[in-house]
Design a protein around this ligand. Structure first.
Ligand code: SAM
Length: 429
C-alpha cells in the first residue's frame, strides 16, 4: 500500500534533498533482525548464524538474510534469540543500563526492548516491565520467561498508578511510546490505513501524558529515554519540547532519528534526558520473603543441582517464586510475575514450572536429554520422547533447555506448556 500523500509531503519538508533516497527505500523489502540472547550464549547457534551481517550499532543484532525463517526454528523456543526490527534495538543502547540498576520499561509489550534491558542487567538488579493492555502483558511475560530472565517484575498497570506506587525509585526509565508507526509503513498496511493528522495529534497528547508520569518515576541523576517508531516532528521533537517545558528539571542530552536511508532498519526516533532535581530518590519497603518450603526443598534435593542462585523465595497462591535481591513491595498492583516462577506447591509435592527450566542458568536440573533437531520438533508439538531418565529433567537444544520432561514407564512425558505447542516448525539449517 502506498503511504498517504500528506505523509509524503511532510517527509519531503523534513528531509529536503534526502527525500528521494528515503522514498527509494519503499521499493525494497523490509529488513528483519535477530538479536542473540546474551543471557544464553550458544556456540551451536553462533555456528548456524556464521556469515550473517551484524548491525553497526549492536553486534548482537544480525540482519536476517532473504529466505531464512528463524521464526520457525526450535532454537527460538529455547530463548536463544529474539526477532527484533533492527533499528528498534537503538534506544536501549542509549539508556546506559548496567548490572545492578533498577530499570523501568513503561510501555513494554511485546518485550523486544525489555529483553534487551534484561541482557544488559546480566541478572543483577531489577527490571520492571509494564504493559497497560492485559492481553499484550501476557505476551510480554511469555517473551521474558522464554529469554530466561529471572530478575523481572511484569506488571499490567497504567503509568499513573505506577507513578503513585513507586515514585522516584528507578535509575533508568524507558518510554517506548505508542505512536502513529510511520516507521512500520513498509511492513504494516494497517499502520498506513490508520494514519491521519488527527491520529498524530492524539498520539502526541498521549505521549506527553505518559512522559509526565515517567518523569515522576525517575530518581534525580537518573536517565530517561523516549522513543517512537515514527518520523513526524509533532510526535518526536514536539513531544520532547512539550515535555521539557513542563518539566524543567530534565535536560535533553541527545536525540537521533534513524531512518531507512540512514540506518539499515525501518526507523526509530529516540531522545535521552537526565533529571537534575525534583523529589529525592524514594525508598520502598522490601517484598517479604518466606522461610523454606518443605515440598520445594525435597524436590530440589531430588531433581536440582545444588546451590540455587536465588537468595529468597516467596509463595503466591499455589506458586513459588524466587525473588531477585532488593525486590520492592508490590501490594495493590496488577502483578503478572515478580521474580522467577519456580513451580507449583501441590498438597503433597512440588511441580516445577516451565519458567524454571527456561531460566538463563545452565545445569539447574540434574537430568537432561540433549535432543536431535527432529526430536526438538516432536517435543515442541507436544509429543512424548523415548525415555532417557526417570523423574523430572529438561530436554535441551543448542546447549539450553526447551522445557521440562518427566521420565516414567519407558517414555519421557512431555511437559512443554500446551499453549506454546506449535506445528510447522523447521530445523535450523
Ligand atoms: N517496547 C515494546 C517493544 O520493544 O517490544 C514496544 C512498545 S509499543 C511501541 C507501545 C506500547 O505502549 C504498546 O504495547 C501499547 O499497548 C502501550 N500503550 C498504549 N497506550 C498506552 C498508555 N496510555 N500508557 C502506557 N502504555 C500504553
Amino acid at each position: 500500500m502506498r503511504p498517504p500523500e500528506a505523509f509524503l509531503e511532510k517527509m519531503q519538508a523534513l528531509l529536503g534533498a534526502a527525500f528521494g533516497s528515503f522514498l527509494a527505500e519503499y521499493e525494497k523489502p523490509p529488513l528483519r533482525g535477530l538479536r542473540r540472547n546474551a543471557l544464553k550464549l550458544s556456540p551451536a547457534l553462533d555456528a548456524a548464524l556464521r556469515g550473517w551481517e551484524p548491525a553497526e550499532w549492536n553486534e548482537a543484532l544480525l540482519f536476517v538474510p532473504e529466505g531464512r525463517r528463524p521464526g520457525l526454528w526450535p532454537e527460538q523456543a529455547a530463548g536463544l534469540y529474539y526477532l527484533q526490527e533492527p533499528s528498534a534495538s537503538l534506544p536501549v543502547g542509549a539508556l546506559g543500563v548496567r548490572p545492578g540498576m533498577r530499570v523501568l520499561d513503561l510501555c513494554a509489550a511485546p518485550g523486544g526492548k525489555s529483553t534487551q534491558i534484561a541482557e544488559a542487567l546480566a541478572g543483577e538488579g531489577i527490571l520492571v516491565a509494564n504493559e497497560v493492555h492485559a492481553g499484550r502483558a501476557r505476551i510480554l511475560l511469555e517473551n521474558i520467561e522464554r529469554q530466561g530472565v529471572a530478575n523481572a517484575v511484569v506488571l499490567n498497570e497504567s503509568p499513573q498508578r505506577l507513578a503513585a506506587h513507586f515514585g522516584p525509585w528507578f535509575d533508568a526509565v524507558l518510554v517506548d511510546a505508542p505512536c502513529s508507526g510511520e516507521g512500520m509503513f513498509r511492513r504494516d498496511d494497517e499502520a498506513i490505513a490508520q494514519w491521519s493528522e488527527r491520529a498524530l495529534r492524539g498520539c502526541h497528547e498521549r505521549q506527553l501524558e505518559i512522559l509526565l508520569e515517567a518523569a515522576k518515576l525517575l530518581r534525580p541523576g537518573g536517565r530517561l529515554v523516549y522513543s517512537t517508531c515514527t518520523f513526524n516532528t509533532l510526535e518526536n521533537e514536539g513531544s520532547v519540547e512539550a515535555f521539557l517545558c513542563a518539566r524543567p528539571e530534565f535536560s535533553l542530552i541527545g536525540a537521533e532519528r534513524a531512518m531507512p536511508h540512514t540506518h539499515r532498519g525501518e526507523g526509530q526516533f529516540y531522545a535521552v534526558f537526565t533529571k537534575q532535581g525534583g523529589e529525592g530518590e524514594r525508598r520502598l519497603p522490601a517484598l517479604g520473603a518466606a522461610g523454606p518450603d518443605e515440598r520445594f526443598s525435597r524436590f530440589a534435593g531430588e531433581a536440582l543441582n545444588e546451590s540455587p542462585f536465588w537468595r529468597e523465595t516467596r509463595p503466591q497462591g499455589d506458586w513459588l517464586y524466587a525473588l531477585p535481591g532488593g525486590m520492592p513491595e508490590l501490594k495493590g498492583l496488577r502483578v503478572l510475575r515478580a521474580g522467577l516462577q519456580l513451580g507449583r506447591l501441590l498438597p503433597k509435592r512440588f511441580e516445577p514450572a516451565h519458567a524454571l527450566a527456561l531460566c538463563a542458568k545452565r545445569g539447574i536440573f540434574q537430568q537432561e536429554k540433549v535432543l536431535l533437531p527432529e526430536e526438538a520438533l516432536l517435543y515442541l508439538r507436544g509429543e512424548a520422547l523415548e525415555a532417557h531418565f526417570l523423574g523430572w529433567g529438561t530436554v535441551t537444544l543448542g546447549g539450553w533447555p526447551l522445557g521440562l520432561a518427566k521420565g516414567a514407564e519407558g517414555r519421557l512425558q512431555n511437559h512443554y506448556p500446551k499453549g506454546l505447542r506449535r506445528e510447522g516448525l523447521r530445523a535450523c539449517p
